[in-house]
Design a binder for this molecule. Structure first.
Ligand SMILES: [Fe+2]
Length: 280
């Protein structure tokens, strides 16, 4: 029997270090919490702020045009009708619901054990569910998390690209921290394409351009994400640099000075602690 979590082995640690996308098998397709009806029921339970609805069909490089939010009223019925209503639904942060939190933990603890990683190093664990109509498109973007995209129903093509050069990467990361959500205005050069169907999926490394195109069927998928020390440090330095750049001084990009990066991470953690204290 296939385990629920991605079928990876200790060589995966190297893929994480080198940020190399891989395709894998998993056992989540057919899970009782992940049928179309259960996903619709979950959406009815979740707060509106954790739901999003968009038109399914859009250009791969939609840029800000990808952000065409629709109302999430009557979300359960609309998810059940996803085969015909040309829509794309996201359930954000499903780990806020305990039975899905347990599923996210089962997947991440399982893959940590299979790869020899310490489960405690997989932090800021999150889960997302997606339901989209035939021919739906996930526009080209990058994320800052380590992501496991696991296909539950329907077949899709997941494309991976690369930044044209370091300048473009720097520019897109700045845009990300200023609210672009990592979306590209132009499709990045394709470096790999993987067809994913129920029971298969892909590891999407942080800061890796990617996009997904549905086939002629409804698509259901689950994405589980985490941070480790590597991308946690990188994201904290970038968040610091974005704040600092607003003073008019250009800070050193992440990775150019490890000692400065450590100071920036310390400053961001202290700032977060002060904010937590102020919020009490
Ligand atoms: Fe993504």
């Amino acid at each position: 029997m296939t385990a629920l979590w991605p079928s990876i082995d200790p060589t995966f640690v190297r893929d994480v270090e080198t940020r190399t996308p891989i395709r894998f098998r998993h056992g989540l397709a057919g899970h009782p919490l992940l049928t179309l009806d259960e996903i619709a029921r979950l959406a009815e339970e979740m707060p509106p702020a954790s739901l999003s609805a968009e038109p399914a069909e859009k250009p791969i490089a939609a840029g800000d045009a990808a952000d065409v939010a629709e109302s999430t009223d009557d979300i359960g019925r609309r998810i059940r009708d996803v085969a015909v209503n040309r829509s794309w639904f996201t359930l954000l942060h499903v780990h806020q619901v305990p039975r899905y939190r347990a599923l996210v933990d089962e997947v991440l603890d399982g893959l940590a054990e299979a790869s020899g990683m310490d489960p405690a190093d997989l932090t800021r664990r999150m889960g997302f569910l997606f339901a989209s109509s035939p021919r739906g498109v996930t526009a080209a973007h990058f994320d800052i998390e380590h992501s496991f995209c696991m296909q539950l129903q329907g077949t899709r093509t997941l494309g991976f690209g690369r930044f044209a050069d370091e300048e473009e990467k720097k520019r897109e990361i700045e845009r990300y921290w200023n609210g672009s959500f990592g979306r590209f205005h132009e499709q990045p050069e394709t470096i790999a394409e993987h067809v994913i169907s129920p029971g298969t999926g892909c590891y999407i490394p942080p800061y890796t351009p990617h996009w997904i195109v549905n086939g002629e069927e409804t698509s259901l998928s689950m994405t589980v994400t985490f941070f480790n020390r590597d991308n946690e440090t990188e994201s904290l330095v970038q968040a610091f640099n974005t704040k600092f750049a607003k003073t008019g001084i250009t800070p050193k990009p992440f990775g150019e000075s490890p000692s400065r990066d450590r100071v920036k991470v310390g400053a961001m953690k202290a700032w977060a602690a002060v904010r937590r204290g102020a919020a009490r």
